[in-house]
Ligand binder design. Structure first.
Ligand SMILES: Nc1nc2c(c(=O)[nH]1)N[C@H]1C(S)=C(S)[C@@H](COP(=O)(O)OP(=O)(O)OC[C@H]3O[C@@H](n4cnc5c(N)ncnc54)[C@H](O)[C@@H]3O)O[C@H]1N2
Ligand code: MOO
Length: 394
């Protein structure tokens, strides 16, 4: 069996080069910029008042001043700064040339057109031209664009950008026992939970998801499903990956010409993971146990979808202190469902006693996946371990 790291490298190598698509920035949150863009203007474009008050020359601050004009946002004042004068100014207005200080109106006293400063302390309250960014500055965040990013693109006066086309991801749950949520289970049947969970994880990283009908445990049904997924950039199957008589996914995929990159990895949960290419699509075959499928989606499916959009696919590892001793590990890298707590320097982490890969309730209660290397020795409370933060965490 190959290691998780080897498997990740092979999975990421399945990503084709991203294709570009031009979109308006208003719809660009959650999309991946394809290459750097450059600011089309300087921000702020002029020295701008940061407070409502008066613009004056710092050297005049102790004098009685004459108010000779007004500048508001969008309405600059274009006269000359003369000694002993001030300009009524409002936040966002251009500070007229020659004035180098804005005093908040709370720190002034005005009588007709004369002004005295009652409190001369404090900063200049002027945002200098270009203090945020300058025309020509490059922007390339190397992650899915956030709300702040699209605000920044707007401020840079970039109305349209080229992003990676959303990867089309077909998700296929397999199993005779599976029903859709809301249906009435007969003896031996359960509700299909995995495909909608994996679909949500895929959408979170920018995929356009096609949730296929549940395939039955027959070769014919699986062939039909693979045919329906032929246009996908990535086909994710769920279940039927193990060695049982009804685990047909690998067999049918091979008959359809799948070029296998690997089958089975030293990971717990997730051992029967399968990866390769089928037709024009990348394919990942996830194990059917609900927690296994979600963990594999976090470690392999999401990074692959990000890579398909040209992004680095690193999973941020964090560190926490064990709250109690741990037994030695077996031959597979273990991703344990765990709870975080407040600690002095680092958070504390405590894995659940029950690590059954079928227990969705525990997965939903976990706020971290604690990572223990294969064959890790016993660990003592207080030692530091790596973990991956989960969305459930507060
Ligand atoms: N003899 C062996 N048996 C098993 C091994 C093994 O090495 N030797 N590995 C075990 C491990 S580890 C896993 S993980 C599972 C994976 O099996 P499959 O991928 O073939 O999954 P299924 O058998 O189809 O299902 C397992 C389990 O999960 C339920 N399931 C499946 N799909 C869904 C779904 N979409 N929604 C909700 N629940 C689902 C299914 O009903 C089963 O209970 O194999 C072990 N066996
Ligand atoms: O690998 Mo299975 O995914 O341990 O439950």
């Amino acid at each position: 069996m190959i290691t998780v790291q080897e498997a990740r490298d092979l999975v990421l190598a399945l990503a084709p080069a991203p294709q570009g698509e031009d979109i308006g920035i208003a719809n660009a949150a959650g999309r991946a910029l394809l290459g750097p863009v450059r600011a089309r203007l300087t921000q702020p474009p002029f020295d701008a008042a940061a407070m409502d008050g008066y613009a004056l020359r710092a050297e005049d601050i102790d004098q009685t001043l004459q108010v000779i004009g007004e500048a508001a946002a969008g309405h600059p004042w274009s006269g000359e700064a003369a000694p002993g004068t001030a300009i009524r100014i409002f936040t966002g207005a251009s500070v007229p040339a020659g004035y180098d200080r804005v005093v908040m109106q709370e720190n002034t006293q005005r009588d007709g057109d004369t002004l005295t400063v009652t409190d001369a302390s404090g900063p200049s309250h002027i945002r200098l031209r270009g203090n945020d960014f300058s025309q020509g500055d490059s922007f390339d965040p190397q992650r899915l664009l956030t709300a702040s990013d699209i605000g920044l693109l707007a401020a840079m006066n970039i109305p349209e950008i080229t992003v990676a086309r959303r990867p089309r991801v077909a998700i296929l749950a397999t199993g005779d026992e599976l029903l859709r949520p809301g249906q009435e289970p007969q003896p031996g049947q359960i509700i299909c939970s995995n495909d909608i969970a994996i679909a949500a994880l895929a959408r979170d990283v920018g995929a356009q998801v096609d949730l296929l009908p549940i395939a039955r445990d027959t070769e014919a049904s699986l062939r039909d499903s693979f045919a329906a997924a032929a246009d996908a950039d990535l086909v994710v199957t769920i279940g039927g990956a193990s060695v049982g008589d009804h685990d047909l996914v690998g067999q049918v995929a091979s008959e359809l010409g799948m070029q296998r990159a690997f089958y089975k990895i030293a990971m717990r949960p997730g051992k029967p993971l399968m990866a390769g290419k089928i037709g024009k699509s990348a394919m990942l075959g996830l194990p059917g146990n609900p927690v296994s499928s979600i963990v594999c989606a976090l470690i392999f499916v999401q990074p692959l979808i990000l890579r398909m959009q040209g992004l680095a696919a690193n999973i941020p590892l964090r560190r926490a202190r064990l709250i109690r001793d741990l037994r030695p590990e077996g031959p597979r890298e273990h991703y344990l469902r765990a709870k975080l707590g407040e600690g002095d320097d680092l958070p504390t982490i405590d894995s659940f006693d029950d690590q059954d890969s079928a227990r969705l309730l525990l997965m939903s209660q976990a706020d971290a996946l604690m990572i223990r290397p294969a064959k890790d020795g016993p660990r003592k409370a207080g030692e530091i371990v790596d973990y991956i933060a989960l969305q459930n965490g507060s």
